[in-house]
Design a protein around this ligand. Structure first.
Ligand code: NAD
Length: 484
C-alpha cells in the first residue's frame, strides 16, 4: 500500500467541472506499479460522454476565467505552485509508484514541474500587446493578445508531472481553460495536481482531467469545434495522427514529439565532462526521455578511452525499485518498452556490437533492463534510426567533423543534440550546423524552465517554457481605429 502523508492526494476519479466522477459505463483501466506488476488502482475509462462534459465545463469556465486580470490568474497559479512544493514528497511517491523512476528523480521532477507554474504565474503579467505605426495620420493600429480558448492537453508517462505543468500553467496564465488527458500509465500524478489546483482556488472547470484509454477521448477532443488547440507531448506517430485529426476543425497545435539525439565527442573534448554528460543525458529516467542521447558519436582518437571510462561508470549504476535507497535505474514503464530495448540490443549484438557492461545482478522482476554500453555500433543497426527509450548507449565511430555532422543530422528527428569540444571555432560551427531545436555544448542537460524547449523536423512544432511558452496559448488580434 502506498504510504502518503495526505491520502486525499491519491484519487482515482476524473475531474470534470469541479466534480470527481467515474465513467458512466462503469468501465475502468488498471494502473500498475512497474517495479512489481501489482495493480495499484483502477481509474475510470472515460469515453465520449465524459469528454463532451469536460469540454462543456471548460467552455463555461472560459467565459469568466479569461476576464480575470492577469494578476489574479497569476496569484492563483502562485498558490498552486506553493501547494505542489508543500506536497512534493507525496507527489513524488505517487509518481514512483506508477511510473517507476527513482524517488530522488521523482522529487526533482516535482520541483521542475512546479517551476513552470511559478514561471508562468509571473509571465501572466507580461502578456504585452503592441502599437503599430499606421500608414495614415487618421488611423491607429493596436495588437491585442487574447487567450486561444479551450485547449486539449495530452501528455506522456515519462514525466507525469512536468509535462502537464509545462502546458497547463502557460495555458491558464494566458486565460485559456483546459481538458487534460494524461497517459493511461500515470493518471494519478495528474489527478493529484488537480486536487491541489482545486485547493489553490483555481475555479471549477478551468482544469478538467480525463483518465482512460486514448482513442475515444482523443476523437471527441479532435472532433469538437469548441476545442481550439491541441498541445501534445508524446510519440511522433500519435502526434501526426492528432495533426491530421485537427485539420477538419483547423485547431492550433503544439507538438513535442520523439527524438533521436546525437551526442558527439570530438577528439579535443574534456573526456571526464563528456562522460558526466553522457550519464546525465542517457541514463536519467532509465533512458526514457525524449532528449536523451540515443546515438553517441565518438572520434576515433578518443573512442577507446571514452568507451572504457563510460563503461566503468555504467557498470556501477544501481538498478532496482524506485523506492529502494540508492537506486539509479528503476524499472521500465511496461513490457512493450522492455521488449523494444532488448530487441535493439539483440539486433546490435547480432550485427557485430560488443556489450561492454554485461551484468548478472539484475533484480528479479520482468521490467528491469541492464544499463548497457555497446561498442562498435554502426548505422545499419535499429538503434541508429529508432528511439530506444531505455538505458542503452551505443558508441558510433567517426573521424572528421563533416562525418559527425552528417551522421548526427541523418535522421528525420530534430529535438536535442549534444557535443563536446574545447575548440571555440568548432563550437560555433557545429552548433549552427546541427539541425535540432536544442543543442548542448559540454553539457548533457538542456531542460530548464527559462529556455525554450522543442524540436524541428518530425520532432514537433512550437516551444514550451521560456519567454516563448506562453505565446502558444495566445492569439494576436489587430485592432484598427479610424476617423481620428
Ligand atoms: P504516446 O504517443 O504513446 O502517448 C502520449 C499520449 O498520447 C498518451 O497520453 C496517450 O494516451 C495519448 N494517445 C495515444 N493515442 C492517442 C490518440 N489516438 N488520441 C489521443 N491521444 C492519444 O507516447 P508515450 O509512449 O506516452 O511517450 C513516449 C514518447 O513521447 C516518446 O516518443 C518521447 O520521445 C516522446 N516525448 C517527447 C517529449 C518532448 O518534449 N518532445 C517529452 C517527453 C516524451
Amino acid at each position: 500500500m502506498l504510504e502518503l502523508q495526505d491520502k486525499s492526494l491519491f484519487v482515482s476519479r476524473c475531474l470534470v467541472g469541479g466534480e470527481w466522477i467515474g465513467a458512466a459505463s462503469g468501465e475502468t483501466v488498471a494502473v500498475d506499479n512497474p517495479a512489481t506488476g501489482e495493480i495499484i488502482a483502477n481509474v475510470p475509462a472515460a469515453g465520449a460522454d465524459e469528454t463532451s462534459g469536460a469540454i462543456a465545463a471548460a467552455e463555461a469556465a472560459l467565459k469568466t476565467w479569461r476576464k480575470r486580470s492577469s494578476t489574479e490568474r497569476g496569484a492563483l497559479l502562485e498558490r498552486w505552485h506553493d501547494l505542489v512544493l508543500e506536497n512534493a514528497d507525496d507527489l513524488a511517491r505517487i509518481m514512483t509508484a506508477e511510473q517507476g523512476k527513482p524517488l530522488a528523480e521523482a522529487r526533482d521532477e516535482i520541483r521542475y514541474g512546479a517551476s513552470f507554474i511559478k514561471w508562468f504565474a509571473e509571465e501572466a503579467r507580461r502578456i504585452y500587446g503592441g502599437t503599430v505605426p499606421a500608414p495614415t495620420t487618421d488611423r491607429r493600429v493596436l495588437t491585442l493578445k487574447e487567450p486561444v480558448g479551450v485547449c486539449a492537453i495530452i501528455t506522456p508517462w515519462n514525466f507525469p508531472n512536468a509535462m502537464i505543468t509545462r502546458k497547463v500553467a502557460p495555458a491558464l496564465a494566458a486565460g485559456c481553460t483546459v481538458v487534460v488527458k494524461p497517459s493511461e500509465f500515470t493518471p494519478h500524478s495528474a489527478l493529484a495536481l488537480g486536487v491541489l489546483a482545486e485547493r489553490a482556488g483555481i475555479p471549477a472547470g478551468v482544469i478538467n482531467i480525463l483518465t482512460g484509454l486514448p482513442a475515444a477521448i482523443g476523437k471527441t477532443l479532435l472532433d469538437s469545434d469548441i476545442v481550439r488547440k491541441v498541445s501534445f507531448t508524446g510519440s511522433t506517430r500519435v502526434g501526426s495522427l492528432l495533426m491530421a485529426g485537427s485539420a477538419p476543425t483547423v485547431k492550433r497545435l503544439s507538438l513535442e514529439l520523439g527524438g533521436n539525439a546525437p551526442f558527439i565527442v570530438f577528439d579535443d573534448a574534456d573526456l571526464d565532462l563528456a562522460v558526466e554528460g553522457a550519464l546525465a543525458s542517457k541514463f536519467r529516467n532509465g533512458g526514457q526521455t525524449c532528449v536523451c542521447a540515443n546515438r553517441l558519436l565518438v572520434h576515433d582518437r578518443v573512442y577507446d578511452a571514452f568507451a572504457d571510462r563510460l563503461a566503468a561508470r555504467v557498470q556501477a549504476l544501481r538498478v532496482g525499485s524506485g523506492f529502494a535507497d540508492g537506486t539509479q535505474i528503476g524499472p521500465m514503464i511496461n513490457d512493450a518498452a522492455v521488449d523494444k530495448i532488448n530487441a535493439h540490443v539483440a539486433d546490435a549484438l547480432a550485427k557485430g556490437a560488443e556489450n561492454l557492461t554485461p551484468r548478472a545482478d539484475l533484480p528479479a522482476g520482468h521490467r528491469y533492463v541492464a544499463p548497457t554500453v555497446l561498442r562498435g555500433a554502426t548505422t545499419d543497426m535499429r538503434l541508429a534510426d529508432e528511439e530506444t527509450f531505455g538505458p542503452v548507449a551505443p558508441l558510433f565511430r567517426f573521424s572528421s567533423d563533416d562525418e559527425a555532422i552528417a551522421i548526427a543530422n541523418g535522421t528525420p528527428f530534430g529535438l536535442a543534440a549534444y557535443f563536446f569540444t574545447e575548440n571555440l571555432q568548432r563550437a560555433f560551427r557545429v552548433a549552427e550546423d546541427l539541425e535540432f531545436g536544442m543543442v548542448g555544448l559540454n553539457t548533457g542537460s538542456i531542460s530548464m524552465t527559462v529556455a525554450p524547449f522543442g524540436g524541428v523536423k518530425q520532432s514537433g512544432l512550437g516551444r514550451e517554457g521560456g519567454r516563448e511558452g506562453i505565446e502558444e496559448y495566445l492569439e494576436t488580434k489587430a485592432f484598427h481605429i479610424g476617423g481620428l
